[in-house]
Design a protein around this ligand. Structure first.
Ligand code: PHE
Length: 367
């Protein structure tokens, strides 16, 4: 910053004034360009605008005061422009560096940023969506029903009469204080997704092709493979001339779509009150190809679902509301599988409780 003497003006013509002020403006620009810190800025301000020693004051003293009256106006205008320019430089140079309010907001760009953890689809929901998608591609639509269900829909209409021993395999939690209601109207936590079969058929005439994913509850003590909450996917297909062959073909195609085309299926006789005949379905182990490994307990096969032809008695219950479900004219098949079990098998999860623990260390492995 210079504090040199002010060169005297060599004349009062406009050209001479322009030249002299341009020289000062060049000086201002040069000294403004070297401002690096708040201290520099203050130096600049004092050097140019300081009341006593500022160069602007010196210029004014040297040029304006001694000027003849006719030139004063010309000098004054140029002087004002120069001052405005100095003030503008000061403002620009200062942006963010000396204003303490702005300084307080300044960020340290070398600090690590706030890390936002990426969410991940829960392995259960992922499996749920994948199974549903397989059946959607086969033309099934998706249905839902209530988790708090009546005894009628959960049991009776599915051909579990009151006191039937098959009810014991699906003990559940019941809603309190309903002793005065007839048994069929009492509320409980549904033990399977099958009641949605009945609800769906009551809502629409045949044909039906529906897939029903959902949460179910049973009075099971928690261990590595049991939990009082779990999930099922139910399927129902009803039309004229639906046969056990359709059931086998559908499930075989679905298992191949889900686990890979080399997977085989096999069917064993089983029992469910609402299907007749009933079957349990096994798939050849998708991990070892059937030669035997830990996941299939060396057997080469894994049991995956229950299924069967809809029992005529079930159509009998439905036809109280939808007369087109006449077991003499239509037939159908149903199947059900546990989503938790399939997810555990697919991802090698040894304890079902992990699916419900909300432990991020477990969940982030699926991100
Ligand atoms: N609801 C049966 C269960 O939970 C599974 C099933 C569904 C079996 C549909 C046959 C047909 O055990």
């Amino acid at each position: 910053m210079q504090n040199d003497e002010i060169p005297p003006l060599s004349g009062w013509s406009e050209a001479e004034l322009d030249r002299a002020f341009a020289a000062v403006a060049a000086e201002v620009e040069k000294s403004a360009a070297s401002i690096r810190s708040p201290d520099d800025k203050e130096q600049f301000r004092l050097a140019w605008l300081g009341r006593k020693q500022g160069r602007l004051k010196a210029i004014s003293d040297a040029w304006l005061k001694s000027a003849p009256a006719e030139a004063k106006k010309q000098i004054g205008q140029r002087f004002n422009t120069l001052k405005a320019e100095i003030e503008q430089r000061l403002e620009q140079a200062g942006a963010g560096s000396s204003d303490s309010a702005l300084n307080a907001e300044a960020i340290d760009i070398t600090l690590p940023g706030t890390r936002r953890k990426l969410g991940a689809e829960h392995p259960l929901i992922k499996t749920w969506n994948e199974i549903v998608a397989v059946f959607q591609r086969m033309g099934y639509s998706v249905g839902v029903g209530p988790e708090v269900e009546t005894d009628y829909y959960n049991f009776e209409s599915l051909n579990f009469p009151p006191g039937h021993p098959a009810r014991d395999t699906q003990d559940t939690l019941v809603i309190v204080g309903q002793e005065r209601k007839p048994l069929r109207d009492r509320l409980l936590m549904r033990t399977h997704t099958s009641p949605v079969q009945i609800r769906t058929m009551e809502q629409q005439p045949p044909p039906v092709r529906i897939i029903i994913p959902g949460k179910v509850h049973r009075n099971d003590a928690a261990d590595a493979t049991h939990y009082p909450i779990f999930h099922q996917v139910e399927g129902l297909c009803v039309d004229t001339n639906i046969t056990f062959g359709d059931l086998k073909g559908t499930l075989d195609a679905a298992m191949k779509a889900f686990f890979g085309s080399s997977v085989k299926t096999r069917f064993f006789p089983s029992f469910f009150p609402f299907t007749e005949p009933s079957a349990d379905v096994q798939i050849s182990c998708p991990f070892c190809g059937g030669s035997g490994c830990r996941k299939c307990k060396q057997s080469g096969w894994i049991e995956l679902l229950g299924c069967g032809m809809v029992d005529p008695a079930v159509f009998g219950f439905v036809s109280q509301k939808q007369s087109l479900y006449d077991p003499a004219r239509i037939s159908g098949f149903a199947f059900g599988m546990g989503i938790d079990r399939i997810a555990m098998m697919k991802y090698g999860i040894g304890d079902i409780g992990l699916l419900y623990s909300g432990d991020q260390r477990f969940l982030e492995q699926f991100a």
